[in-house]
Design a protein around this ligand. Structure first.
Ligand SMILES: Cc1cc2nc3c(=O)[nH]c(=O)nc-3n(C[C@H](O)[C@H](O)[C@H](O)COP(=O)(O)OP(=O)(O)OC[C@H]3O[C@@H](n4cnc5c(N)ncnc54)[C@H](O)[C@@H]3O)c2cc1C
Ligand code: FES
Length: 412
């Protein structure tokens, strides 16, 4: 009798061990494994390890990171795509690297957005946690030999500027004007560093606080205030252009600030947006087209009406679809999708894609004709990291799609 119980017990334990081993070794997602290995100090190729968390302001934190193995140094001003899992769904957002390439560690500085899912989650991370990040990307970068610079920022838009000024501290030929806008003194990110920078030769720092300068609702950048604070930017020596016209100007801040700076028509303006531009008003001449999801041959294929004056992402979301998205500006490629047929226009560059089987970004693609999209729109979009994309480049578009379509989507 006892031996029967013992046999049953040992069989049950053996099954339990097998199940645990299978779950432990096979069922868990590779990404989770990698993040746990990174937590144990094993460096992976796509996970950084958080070595410290620094409070910058009441709603902004810096994550100090040990870079992933094989990290290629970024250029000052570039960003990385951070990918986290929210309720089992891979979700990605871009964050500028706030450290300079020569710094011993990487940094991202994250402002917590009210109800923001990724920023909220990043604020909950602690030293020792792992974070999946992409290699650095972006064209908002310091010129190789910058002569004169104006760095204009508002709120968290100061993060790429920190990478730039730290890089410039290494060079001795600096003529840098930094103008930063914040709501209150307590909201100034990197306030102590800005104070120290103001004492360095070659740097001029202006911090404008809305609660000191602006009338309610009129905060942020103001050309008149810039003219008063740094008048020589607007003056030119006899017969020459104003200083500002020859200066490399970098701007990153809230949309209203960006619009005001862009309206100045500066010839050497570099712009970085953290949020998509407000949608343009509906075009009265727009026509209706059809967007087919999943392909006509697919039993799950559906056809939706769409207009020629809105992006596919906005229109699919309005129709109740849940394609994955991140930046909504054509940067991060989270919303990449195979267009099987039809013509779309790039909402920012105006470029036309009319060839079949082209990969497009839904967030910046406006349909011009009927469009047929691959099943990726319904099933999922895998926000491939650049090294994964490099591996994918050799594949046929349909093969790429098959590889990606098993991923879950960001249900924003
Ligand atoms: C190139 C680049 C660099 C960036 N660098 C930085 C940086 O250095 N630091 C930084 O703090 N941020 C940076 N950002 C912004 C960052 O990527 C995120 O957009 C930001 O952190 C908010 O993400 P979230 O997931 O927390 O918010 P989300 O969850 O995306 O929400 C953002 C806001 O939209 C609202 N919202 C969400 N979903 C919907 C919906 N369906 N309908 C209506 N409203 C909705 C939310 O309530 C919230 O207020 C950068 C962005 C880009 C593109
Ligand atoms: S959401 Fe980033 S490219 Fe479309």
């Amino acid at each position: 009798m006892l031996s029967t119980i013992e046999r049953r017990l040992s069989a049950t334990l053996r099954d339990a061990r097998r199940t645990a081993a299978r779950r432990f070794l096979v069922d868990r997602q590779t990404g989770l494994w990698r993040s746990e290995l990174a937590w144990l100090g094993v460096r992976s190729r796509d996970h950084a390890r958080i070595t410290a968390v620094l409070d910058e302001t009441p709603d902004t934190r810096t994550l100090v990171l040990e870079p992933p193995r094989g990290w290629v140094p970024h250029r000052p001003g570039q960003w990385t795509r951070v990918e986290i899992e929210l309720a089992g769904v891979r979700t990605s957002r871009c964050y500028s690297l706030s450290s300079a390439p020569h710094d011993p560690e990487l940094r991202i500085t994250v402002k917590r957005v009210p109800n923001g899912r990724v920023s909220g989650r990043l604020h909950a991370l602690r030293a020792g946690d792992a974070l999946r990040i992409s290699p650095a990307e972006g064209q908002f970068v310091l010129p190789t030999h910058p002569a004169r610079l104006l760095l204009l920022s508002g709120g968290s838009g100061i993060t790429p500027m920190r990478a730039m000024w730290r890089a410039l501290l290494e060079s001795d030929a600096a003529d840098v004007v930094i103008v930063h806008h914040a709501r209150t003194r307590a909201d100034v990110i990197f306030g102590a560093e800005l104070d120290a920078l103001a004492k360095r030769r070659g740097f001029r720092v202006v911090v404008r606080l809305d609660d000191e300068h602006a009338r309610p609702g009129e905060g942020g950048f103001d050309e008149g205030a810039l003219r008063t604070a740094v008048p020589d930017l607007f003056a030119g020596s006899a017969g020459s252009a104003a200083d500002l016209e020859e200066r490399e100007v970098f701007v990153c801040g809230p949309p209203a600030m960006m619009q005001r700076v862009e309206a100045m028509g500066l010839p050497r303006l570099h712009v970085e947006r953290f949020a998509a531009m407000p949608r343009p008003a509906a075009d009265p001449d727009a026509t209706e087209v059809l967007v087919t999801l999943g392909g006509r041959a697919s039993p799950s294929g559906r056809t939706l009406p769409a207009r020629t004056d809105g992006t596919l992402l906005d229109q699919l979301e309005a129709a109740g679809e849940r394609p994955a998205s991140g930046c909504r500006m054509g940067l991060c490629r989270t919303c990449s999708c195979l267009k099987r047929s039809g013509t779309v226009r790039h909402a920012i560059s105006g470029a036309i894609s009319d060839a079949p089987d082209e990969i497009i970004q839904l967030c910046v693609s406006v349909p011009c004709t009927d469009v047929e999209l691959g099943p990726i729109v319904q099933a999922a979009v895998h926000s491939a990291m650049p090294h994964e994309r490099a591996a994918e480049r050799t594949l046929d578009p349909r093969e790429k799609l098959a590889r990606r379509s098993t991923q879950k989507v960001d249900p924003r």
